[in-house]
Design a protein around this ligand. Structure first.
Ligand code: ZN
Length: 249
């Protein structure tokens, strides 16, 4: 690290659990952030400010006026632009020393496998079950840790699915692929703006810890937030022995 980097990251380096060694791990790391909306904005901003050396942002959508209430990586003047590119501009302004790849595309299983293979950690910041399951399948197949977040109305949840951990569950163990979950979109249900910041920032925290190998992750636990009464609930989640995604691994 040069003098400017030592200054930029000094408040991390001061932490015994991180130090120069941990910061160097972040600088050498590659995080894949899928979704540059409400969760992806704060998650990517913290990954960038904290010095994750390479961030790939994937989103096929464009910035809409209705996004700006909570999707803090975007600005009024960038309405109409691709979200991935808009977020890339924000990250570059905060930390020009890192590499950010912005991909404006809808990813299928094959493309996800390519992108996940290149990443050290994956953040699921999407808003539909089909993509969540596709991301989970790729992470299990390639043995990559997945940090998952979701927010709707006043409710949030966050967890880590780490296929490197042996007996840990995957996303599909909790939410089976064949189960009928209604996609409840923000466009119809509404979402309390700061909750995506809370959950997205927690996703960044878990991703940074996984990249540095410090502390204990949320693997095996699901944290649920009732934002209306501001109460957290932590529940233990186990592996489903019959899970079609991870049981054979
Ligand atoms: Zn599973």
């Amino acid at each position: 690290m040069n003098d400017s980097q030592l200054l930029r990251y000094s408040r991390h380096i001061l932490l015994d659990e991180i130090g120069i060694e941990g910061q160097q791990k972040l600088l050498a790391a590659h995080a894949l952030v899928i979704g540059a909306g409400g969760l992806g904005s704060p998650a990517a901003i913290y990954l960038a400010s904290a010095g994750v050396g390479h961030i790939t942002l994937v989103d096929n959508d464009t910035v809409d006026l209705t996004n700006l209430q909570r999707q803090i990586a975007h600005t009024t003047e960038r309405v109409g632009q691709p979200k991935a590119e808009s977020a890339r501009v924000t990250l570059a302004q905060i930390n020009p020393e890192i590499d950010v790849t912005a991909l404006t595309e809808r990813v299928d299983d094959a493309r996800l496998a390519e992108l996940v293979a290149q990443a050290d950690v994956v953040l699921d910041c999407t808003d539909n079950f089909a993509t969540r399951h596709a991301v989970n399948r790729a992470c299990v197949a390639l043995g990559k840790p997945l940090v998952s977040g979701a927010v709707i109305r006043f409710d949030g949840q966050v967890s880590v699915f780490d296929p490197r951990g042996g007996a840990q569950p995957c996303y599909s163990c909790l939410f089976p692929q064949d189960q009928k979950f209604e996609d409840v979109a923000c466009s119809t249900m509404g979402v309390f703006a700061p909750l995506v910041g809370v959950v997205g920032a927690m996703q960044a925290a878990e991703a940074l810890k996984l990249l540095m190998g410090v502390g204990a992750s949320l693997a095996g636990r699901l944290l649920m937030l009732d934002g209306l009464h501001m109460e957290w609930t932590s529940i233990g989640v186990g592996r489903n022995g019959d899970c079609p995604v991870c049981a054979k691994k």
